[in-house]
Design a protein around this ligand. Structure first.
Ligand SMILES: Cc1ncc(C[n+]2csc(CCOP(=O)(O)OP(=O)(O)O)c2C)c(N)n1
Ligand SMILES: [Mg+2]
Length: 432
């Protein structure tokens, strides 16, 4: 028997700055190669789909195989526009953060297809429980005022959340967008609970839960899978595997040697591993999962394979821990470029139209940012009145809070309900 000392295995990415990542670990299947089972398939029968990669868009731009969805040209153009809008929004907000008008920002660069195509696959009334990287769920819609979104980011006097949430942690009940929590993974079990409640009430609305690769290491992820499986909750369990959790490679959360989708199969849940940079595959898999949930066939876990092209947040510098050319070399490419090539291949789009659309969207967002700044920013202290922090918890404010509000008003000379300039700007947020 061996007497050698024991040791642990600590997973490492294949490359660090200055080296070249070996992306063979992704095990990407060919476009069109994976079968599309009936929606009432048994969880165990999805094992092959949880280990491979469902893809529709070929490098040539053609849509291949049984997952190719029946979207018409106008819907495809709408999807491309939603992705371009999301990217333009992120780019502008990144600049505003560097100008110190926003304390903190998180981009979804390179991941735009996931939220925007998923939004197209849901029905009004369904409820998403997103993370901070699904702004595409909101930006894909025309009924969300982007000026209001920017006011939230600026924590200014028109911020609908009145400065109580970190920038990017939006809340839009009417758009089926549950308040984002800074405590990772909590929303996963809440989504399952919401879906169960919908079933208990005999409603027809389904839930969609969101989590990142790193956050699947939280206990809430596993609790959510157990409840979703046991009660066949009407929920889509999205896992966005963008390869990184700040500076931790996805293998550290358990993605080495197995996939996140395979965890779903092991928990008795039908699961798919899907190319998250392929707008058509994202839409098709989301529809498949939504149909299962709506037909009382239970939950579906979908691992979206993508790449976090930007920094984790404005507080992060990825050049310290990963090769700078990773995104250029990422085998699943850029979701916008891929859908663009598909539309050009169909004869429904051109480089010139693409450029024009990009410019129009950039102008729309620049104008919205200008409008939002009229309500101030953290630079000039035009933040919601201090007194508002005592409101909205109790219908009738208890005496001790009334007293604290009075003391705060005396201290800062800003009466209850008064609006206007605060004594000192809020310090810049430093969240991960
Ligand atoms: C419970 C908890 N632990 C740690 C953090 C700090 N934190 C914020 S984001 C993040 C990384 C999450 O990575 P992942 O789940 O892969 O999502 P991604 O940022 O890649 O979209 C960490 C560790 C937190 N907010 N909450
Ligand atoms: Mg991640």
């Amino acid at each position: 028997m061996s007497q050698r000392p024991l040791h642990l295995h600590v997973p490492e990415p294949s490359a660090r700055p200055g080296q070249r990542t070996d992306f063979s670990y992704l095990h990407a299947s060919a476009a069109g190669a994976m079968r599309r089972p009936r929606v009432d398939t048994a969880a165990a029968d999805t094992a092959d789909l949880a280990g491979a990669l469902v893809r529709v868009l070929h490098d040539s731009g053609s849509a291949l195989g049984p997952w190719a969805p029946p979207l018409d040209v106008e819907q495809l153009k709408g999807g491309l526009r939603a992705m371009l809008r999301t990217r333009a929004f992120d780019a502008r907000m990144q600049i505003l953060q560097r100008q110190k008008k926003i304390s903190f920002y998180m981009q979804c660069l390179g991941e735009e297809a996931i939220a925007t195509a998923h939004a197209l696959a849901l029905e009004p009334g369904d409820m998403c429980f997103p993370t901070y990287r699904q702004q595409g769920l909101l930006l894909a819609r025309d009924d969300i005022d982007i000026v209001e979104l920017i006011c939230q980011l600026m924590s200014n006097s028109r911020d609908p959340l009145r400065g109580r949430q970190l920038p990017v942690m939006y809340s839009y009940k009417r758009a089926g967008f549950f308040s984002i929590s800074g405590n990772l993974a909590t929303q996963y079990i809440q989504a399952v609970g919401w879906g169960m409640a919908s079933a208990v009430k005999g409603d027809t609305r389904i839930a969609s839960a969101w989590i990142g690769d790193g956050s699947t290491a939280e206990a809430d992820f596993h609790h959510a899978l157990t409840f979703a499986n046991v009660y066949r909750a009407p929920v889509i369990l999205n896992v966005v595997n963008n390869q990184w959790a700040i500076s931790s490679f996805q293998a550290i959360a358990g993605g080495e040697g197995t996939t996140f989708a395979q965890r779903g199969v092991g928990s008795g849940i039908a699961s798919l591993r899907v190319d998250g940079n392929d707008f058509l595959a994202v839409y098709a898999a989301s529809r498949w999962a939504a149909e299962r949930a709506r037909s009382n066939l239970g939950p579906t876990l979908i691992e979206w394979v993508t790449y976090r092209a930007g920094a984790h947040s404005t507080s992060d510098d990825p050049s310290r821990y990963r090769p700078a050319d990773d995104w250029q070399r990422f085998p699943l490419g850029d979701p916008i470029e891929r859908l663009k090539q598909h539309l050009i291949g169909l004869g429904a789009w051109s480089e010139a139209e693409h450029e024009d659309t990009r410019k129009v969207l950039e102008a729309e967002i620049a104008a919205a940012a200008k409008e939002a700044q009229k309500s101030g920013s953290i630079l000039d202290g035009h933040i919601p009145p201090l007194a508002t922090m005592f409101e909205d918890v109790y219908r009738d404010m208890p005496a001790h809070l009334q007293e604290q509000m009075r003391q705060a008003a005396a201290e800062y000379q800003c009466g209850a309900g008064a609006s206007g300039t605060q004594p000192a700007p809020a310090p810049a947020a430093q969240e991960g």
